[in-house]
Design a protein around this ligand. Sequence first.
Ligand code: SF4
Length: 227
Amino acid sequence: MEGLTRDDVLKALSLVTVNEKEFLGRWVFINNASVFEGLVAVMLTQNTSDKVATRVYERLKERLGLITPNAILSLSRGELENILRPIGSFRQRAGRLIELATVVNERYGGSLEFIRGMNTDEAKRILMSLPGVGPKTADVVLLNLGKPVFPVDTHIMRISHRLGVVGSYEKVSAFWIKLLKPSEYLMVHLGLIAFGRAICRSRKPLCGNCPLRVKCKYYISTNQQHN
Ligand code: SF4
């Protein structure tokens, strides 16, 4: 989007507070999760709120202690489904976790720690070759491992579209990568999600207080309709 600056974005994000506890993917990595465990946590957040995913993650953690491929494979399919029950499509997702654990065991001896030392492209290629891992899930893991990527979740996609940044996941992610400094990717990623939850909400966004409104296509077009 033309005209939107990094300063505009940082100013808008100063309206929200990021509580890292409210982002499961971030929280597990802060607490020294292995790459595999972090990946499982991020997969739990797919199409699921962080709140529900966190509850399920805690149930899994309580039952298994360390979340490893072997620990997941030690559960019966029925028990795993039961733990995942609060999230949508829990049967299918239990199957995917079993598949993931099996593949990580077979291909990589049960550990994904080697990914930490890889370059970003190679690490992303490996993550995306795993069952149930798409670009967003891979990017969230990579960002938490300190790689220069910008994951685009549903909130960030909506905000971007409203601002006039349209296109594929890759295109929207590339926009933010170019606009920001790599050291800002993580906090702006979390900040935009918090901003999408509190202000640029899916229904009835709170445009009145939003510093981005003078440059926001959605706001401008909605306002013109009212004039
Ligand atoms: S002006 Fe409204 S729609 Fe545009 S970014 Fe701000 S809150 Fe979202």
